[in-house]
Write a protein that binds this ligand. Structure first.
Ligand code: MG
Length: 329
């Protein structure tokens, strides 16, 4: 509670203690005199007042003091008024009000959430629902994607003729949900064990872009800025919530695209937040540029770009994807 409020309150109490009993007493004096003058008509007014006033004044002062204590004690237990608003219940012209900081428009649009966990909400663009790859093309030549769709999942085709696939649509800022599974019979070690990836932005053929790494990191040692949940060679995941091979895993990504100046220089960097199996592994990480296998990351101007899935060249069993959807922000 501000010291000034205490001072003000103390001043008011002091004034009230001085003036209130006196005012009450004076009023009481008058009223008492009126009453008693009627009852004791035989006595002169001066004598009646001198005889009765002192007792009444003392009694009324006691009553006034007791009333004040009864009123002030609960008030002192209340929370302080907001800064600048003065005492509770007192309106001060120009002082901040609660409604000053209330925002009523624009009203967020209604979205129907999914009834089952991880299913796309009503405003999502479904990129893969288990049926076909109509939303995808080959990164190399934009021909129809050549990965294998069966049983409601799509599996990487590691044949040289297939390569990476990417979305037909281009995006800027978005929320992405994607599920992936390392095959139960996975073999290999390090980067050669279930390696794939999601290029959150594809800036060209091959592995050009910004890669969120996919790898079997359940029990597989490798460089930590290259394990599952890393922004490849830029950001180590905060923790490792990997599941066993054979179990489905999820990435939920919030991507804020970089902004470039007219001359191609960077205006503001990209930021990325990633939940891996529901666990935060990248917390609004400031991206340093395109991810690189060799060399340092750097930015290259783009506006909107596809999202790309990696067909890594390692010889381990190919991984699978399902339930891919995106919400543009
Ligand atoms: Mg990879």
């Amino acid at each position: 509670m501000p010291i000034g409020w205490y001072f003000e309150a103390a001043t008011n109490v002091s004034w009230t203690l001085q003036c209130f009993p006196r005012a009450v007493a004076q009023t009481a004096e008058f009223q008492s005199a009126q009453i008693w003058s009627r009852l004791l008509k035989l006595k002169p007014m001066e004598t009646r007042l001198n005889h009765l006033t002192d007792m009444h004044v003392r009694f009324l002062r006691f009553l006034a003091f007791a009333t004040l204590i009864g009123v002030l004690a609960p008030l002192s237990a209340q929370q302080p008024a907001p800064q600048g608003a003065g005492r509770p219940g007192v309106s001060v012209p120009g002082a901040p009000k609660p409604e000053d900081t209330e925002v009523w428009e624009p009203v967020p649009k209604m979205v129907t959430a999914a009834t089952t966990p991880m299913a796309p909400p009503s405003d999502a663009i479904v990129l893969f629902d288990g049926q076909n790859l109509d939303q995808w093309v080959s990164s190399r030549d934009k021909s129809p994607a050549k990965w294998t769709v069966a049983g409601g999942v799509v599996t990487v085709n590691k044949a040289r003729s297939a390569g990476n696939i990417e979305t037909k649509r281009s995006f800027r800022n978005y929320q992405l949900h994607i599920e992936w599974k390392i095959p139960v019979n996975i073999a290999g070690a390090g980067q050669d064990r279930g390696n794939s990836g999601i290029f959150l932005v594809s800036t060209g053929p091959g592995d050009a872009g910004y890669e969120l790494q996919i790898l079997d990191s359940y029990n597989n040692k490798t460089y930590v800025n290259g394990q599952a949940g890393s922004i490849y060679k830029q950001a180590i995941p905060l923790v490792n919530p990997s599941r066993k091979p054979g179990e489905w895993q999820t990435y939920d990504v919030v991507w804020s695209a970089p902004v470039f100046n007219e001359n191609g220089s960077l205006k503001t960097p990209a930021y990325v937040t990633v939940f891996f199996n529901g666990v935060l592994v990248q917390n609004h990480f400031e991206v340093k540029g395109e991810t690189r296998y060799i060399g340092q990351p750097s930015y290259k101007k783009f506006d909107r770009a596809p999202i790309k899935l990696q067909a890594h060249s390692d010889p381990s069993e190919p991984i699978s994807f399902r339930n891919i959807w995106i919400r543009e922000l």
